[in-house]
Design a protein around this ligand. Structure first.
Ligand code: PLP
Length: 408
C-alpha cells in the first residue's frame, strides 16, 4: 500500500509488514481507520445530507482547506472515502472516485475529459451502453466517436489523430472474452499523447491491475464482482490523484453518488473480494473445461482455455480468468438455445454478472432482441450463444446443472 492510499488515521501498519500486504488483507483493512466511531469494528453508515460547522471560522477554515472534513452529501460521505481508499489500494492506484453505477462512472469520466471537437476511439467489443453514450449523446456536443475492431492495434493507431483525447477498451470483453494487450494499449496512448481507459469490470484487480501497465484510468462496474452479491449498483474510476481531481469535481456537480447504505453494502461485500474471486475463477475454469468437452457444445469462449484466441496474452497478463463463460449450443436455433437456458435449475435467468449467484442468459434475447440480424452478425452474437456468469456455488453442482440442461 502506498502512503497516498492510506487515510490519515493510520489503518494497516506497513511498518510491521516486511512485504506489500496481500489482496485479502487490503480488502479487509485498507482505507479504514483503526479506531472508529463508538469503538465499533465496522464503519458507521453516516446518513447525513449535510454537515455542521461549529462556527463561521470553521467554515472559513474548511474553505481555505485548513481542515479535512465533510461539507455536503453530494460532495462526499465518510463511508464513501473509506471505500474509495480501499478500491484504490486494491487496484494499486493513487485515488478512486465512486459513482452510483458503472455507467455513471464512465459518463462522469467522458464528460470531464472530452470537449466539442475532441475524438474518442473505442475497441468495438466495449460495453454497448458506453459506446452508445458516446455515439448517440456525446455526438450532440460535438464529440466524435470512432470504433475499431477489438484488439486491432494498427486500426486503433490509424484512427488516432490530433483531436483524439481518449482510447477506450474493455478487457476482457463481454461476451466474447477478448483480452487486450494492456502494455500495447498503454504504449499506443503514450506514443500519441492520448489518455487510456480500461473497463476491467470482468477482470477485477484480483486478475489484472491495468495501472501497472501504464493505463491512465481503470473503470469498474462495482455492481459486478466488487460488490459481488447482486444487491447493489455502483461504479468506480481509479487513477492518479491529479488526473482524477477534475473528475471528482464534476461528480460533485452531476450528483451521481451512492446512498450511505449502498456504500456500506459495497464495503461489506469487498471484505470477501479475494475469496470470492478465487472461487469465481475456479468455477469459470471448471465449467469452461466441462463445456468444451460436451458434444452438444459447439464452441466455448473462455480465456483460460488453450483454444481461446487470447489465451497466451491472458496467461501472461492475468492471474485467473474470471467467472464469465460464453458458449454456443451445437446446431441449435434460438428456441432450442432458449430451451437450454430454461432447463437450468441452479443458474438464474438474469442480466448482470459477478455476483455469488450464477446467472445465465441468451445474449440474443437479453441484450440484442431489438437489434437487426445483420448487426447481430456484425457484433458476433449468434442465435445459439449462451452467457453464464458462474457464481460461487460448488463447481460440481454447476456442472451437473449444465449437463442436465444440455441433455434435457
Ligand atoms: C455492467 C457493466 C457496466 C455498467 O455498469 P452498471 O453498474 O450497470 O452501470 C459497464 N461495463 C461493463 C463491462 C459491465 O459489465
Amino acid at each position: 500500500m502506498s502512503a497516498s492510499t492510506q487515510p490519515s488515521s493510520e489503518p494497516v501498519s506497513s511498518k510491521s509488514a516486511p512485504r506489500e500486504p496481500g489482496l485479502s488483507t487490503l480488502a479487509v483493512h485498507a482505507g479504514e481507520a483503526r479506531q472508529k466511531a463508538a469503538h465499533a469494528i465496522t464503519d458507521p453508515i453516516v446518513c447525513a445530507s449535510t454537515y455542521t460547522f461549529a462556527s463561521t471560522q470553521a467554515v472559513i477554515d474548511y474553505i481555505e482547506q485548513k481542515q479535512d472534513r465533510e461539507e455536503y452529501g453530494r460532495y462526499g460521505n465518510p463511508g464513501e472515502k473509506v471505500v474509495e481508499r480501499k478500491l484504490a489500494a486494491l487496484e494499486g492506484g493513487e485515488d478512486a472516485v465512486l459513482y452510483a453505477s458503472g455507467m455513471a462512472a464512465i459518463v462522469g469520466l467522458l464528460m470531464t475529459k472530452l470537449n466539442a471537437g475532441d475524438e474518442v476511439v473505442f475497441f468495438d467489443e466495449c460495453y454497448h451502453r458506453s459506446r452508445e453514450f458516446c455515439a448517440k449523446h456525446l455526438s450532440r456536443f460535438g464529440v466524435v466517436t470512432r470504433q475499431v475492431k477489438a484488439c486491432d492495434y494498427a486500426a486503433m493507431a490509424a484512427a488516432i489523430n490530433s483531436r483524439t483525447k481518449l482510447l477506450v477498451s474493455e478487457s476482457p470483453t463481454n461476451p466474447h472474452l477478448s483480452v487486450v494487450d494492456l502494455e500495447q494499449f498503454a504504449h499506443l496512448g503514450r506514443q500519441h499523447r492520448v489518455e487510456t481507459l480500461i473497463d476491467a469490470t470482468l477482470a477485477t484487480p484480483y486478475n489484472v491491475q491495468p495501472l501497472k501497465y501504464g493505463i491512465d484510468y481503470v473503470l469498474h462496474s462495482a455492481t459486478k464482482y466488487l460488490g459481488g452479491h447482486n444487491d447493489l449498483l455502483a461504479g468506480v474510476i481509479v487513477g492518479s490523484r491529479e488526473q482524477l481531481e477534475p473528475v471528482r469535481k464534476l461528480r460533485g456537480i452531476m450528483g451521481a453518488i451512492n446512498s450511505p447504505h449502498n456504500i456500506y453494502l459495497l464495503e461489506r461485500g469487498l471484505k470477501t473480494f479475494e475469496l470470492r474471486m478465487q472461487r469465481h475463477n475456479a468455477n469459470g475454469q471448471a465449467v469452461a473445461e466441462f463445456l468444451a468437452g460436451h458434444p452438444r457444445v459447439e464452441k466455448v469462449y473462455y480465456p483460460g482455455l488453450a483454444s481461446h484466441p487470447y489465451h497466451d496474452i491472458a496467461r501472461r497478463q492475468m492471474r485467473g480468468f474470471g467467472g464469465l463463460v460464453t458458449f454456443l449450443v451445437r446446431g441449435a436455433d434460438w428456441k432450442e438455445t432458449a430451451a437450454v437456458v430454461d432447463a437450468t435449475k441452479l443458474a438464474r435467468i438474469a442480466p448482470s454478472l459477478g455476483g455469488v449467484e450464477s446467472l445465465i442468459e441468451q445474449p440474443l434475447v437479453m441484450s440484442y432482441y431489438e437489434v437487426s440480424a445483420e448487426d447481430r452478425q456484425r457484433f458476433g452474437i449468434p442465435d445459439n450463444m449462451i452467457r453464464l456468469s458462474c457464481g460461487i456455488e460448488n463447481a460440481e453442482d454447476l456442472i451437473e446443472d449444465l449437463r442436465q440442461a444440455l441433455e434435457a
